[in-house]
Design a protein around this ligand. Sequence first.
Ligand code: PGA
Length: 221
Amino acid sequence: MDQKLFIANWKSHKIPSQVEAFFDTLHASAGEINWDNKKVIIAPPYPLLGKSVEAVKKTGLSISISSQDVSSFEEGAHTGEVAARLIKEYAEFAIIGHSERRESLHENDELLQKKVEQALSSGITPIYCVQNVTQQVPQGVTIIAYEPITAIGTGNPDDPTHIEEVFNTLHGTYPQTTVLYGGSVTAENSEQFLVIPSLGGFIIGGASLEAGSFISLLRQW
Ligand code: PGA
């Protein structure tokens, strides 16, 4: 079955006590969600990875975990870094190259290439974000997320016709990849993206923070 990915990017939000509540609410509504046609992935901040893994186990939900980044270094003397080997203990996926990191932390193609290599060498699947079709996607990437900066956190998602054009270009350049869209996706506007035949799924920021709004979105697909 062709499953669409629904990736909840919590960014730098939430404290431990909020994690259990989120998963408990999701569990309570699990019966209203079609889990067969979608793969739900939660991407919490690093310190909440363990708690999220525990909550998934406890609730028995069919949910995968992603980190929001990965170190470009192997395990070693790199203060403050989190190596792919450690992330792999908790997460199957890693978001790499999000525009917020490219902008505020000046992450560039060379660095992101190393991050992808680290993820792949530890068996983590990168979810590689691009903001436009001119950005290079490193070899080995199988999931690309198109996230135009003007659409992130603005309440103004990109136009579905334009998204489809971008997807076609990305699929042409990087065949065999799943391409996702991210940027102001909510339960209220998600139906407009149904017209995109090659839509692989979504990265959801703001609308994934409250379990209620995330559930509303999941219920629609
Ligand atoms: P948004 O964030 O849904 O809040 O626009 C998406 C993202 O940055 O991944």
